[in-house]
Design a protein around this ligand. Structure first.
Ligand code: FES
Length: 270
């Protein structure tokens, strides 16, 4: 006999009598999500607290996980904006001014919310799958009410993307002889910042900031044009969310391997 969902009372989840109506491999997506997020969080946590192998002085490569480097013990040249007067303890990342905001930006991102609500919190587990929670308050109460702060984290993340861009551009002018030069590290740093911009500008809050709350697009052609371009990027936001996790790890790993002397930079010019 065909199973049907019963009408739900207010504030209650749909009462589904069967564990699921799905016949496809619906578990695969949440499992991959958990593995991907756990892998990134594990790697990023280890690297952020390692306090080593973050800087290649010869080519001015600084990993994004340590930008800006603020501890008095930052390696000479790595702190482009200067350091604070004290050495950070082992439990404090050298980029303590930016990492918490980047974490909050990603944590409150509309796409990541969907991913971890489903894969980790199981609310909802998946479409047409019975979930373990008896009631649902959405994002109307603490702590999930805090997800609304995403619109402010967007602006901070934008400022940090400017910093990362500066790091990548400055490195272009530190070739072998102190002049302009391009190596594989430069290309990786540049590709990473381009992808970070794609992720940041494709943010739903960005789309609203530039094109929202307008009564008439025809009176605001510049904002309309920006909204159109951002909307195009926005359709790929999920892809950028995952690609940038990979590009951040790749960039950091390349700098770490160079810095520790495991590999040498492939130079194309100077
Ligand atoms: Fe994903 Fe804003 S919605 S970063």
């Amino acid at each position: 006999m065909t199973q049907v969902a019963q009408p739900r009372p207010a504030n209650k989840r749909a009462q589904i009598s069967a564990p699921t109506f799905r016949t496809d491999n619906w578990r695969l997506s949440p499992i991959l999500t958990v593995l991907g997020l756990a892998g990134f969080v594990g790697y990023a946590t280890f690297r952020s607290f390692q306090q080593d192998h973050y800087w290649v002085e010869l080519y001015h490569y600084l990993t994004p996980f340590y930008s800006p480097c603020l501890s008095a013990t930052c390696e000479p040249g790595s702190a482009v904006f200067g350091t604070l007067p004290w050495a950070f303890p082992w439990f404090m990342p050298f980029a303590a001014a930016t990492l918490p905001f980047l974490l909050l930006f990603r944590l409150t991102c509309y796409y990541y919310r969907k991913a971890y609500y489903r894969a980790i919190w199981q609310a909802p587990t998946a479409c047409a799958v019975r979930e373990p929670h008896r009631s649902y308050s959405g994002e109307t109460r603490f702590p999930l009410l805090g997800q609304n702060l995403h619109r402010y984290f967007f602006w901070i993340a934008g400022a940090i993307a400017v910093l990362n861009t500066y790091d990548a551009l400055v490195a272009l002018f530190h070739g072998h002889n102190g002049g302009f030069g391009i190596g594989l590290g430069n290309l990786i740093l540049l590709a990473n910042v381009v992808l970070l911009w794609c992720y940041t500008l494709s943010c739903h809050s960005c789309r609203h900031a530039f094109g929202g709350r307008l009564r008439s697009f025809s009176r605001h052609p510049v904002r309309y044009w920006m909204w159109t371009q951002i909307s195009r990027l926005n359709t790929r936001h999920m892809q950028f969310a995952w690609i940038t996790l990979g590009s951040l790890v790749l960039t950091d790993l390349y700098v770490a391997l160079l810095s520790s002397g495991v590999i040498t930079d492939l130079r194309f010019f100077n």
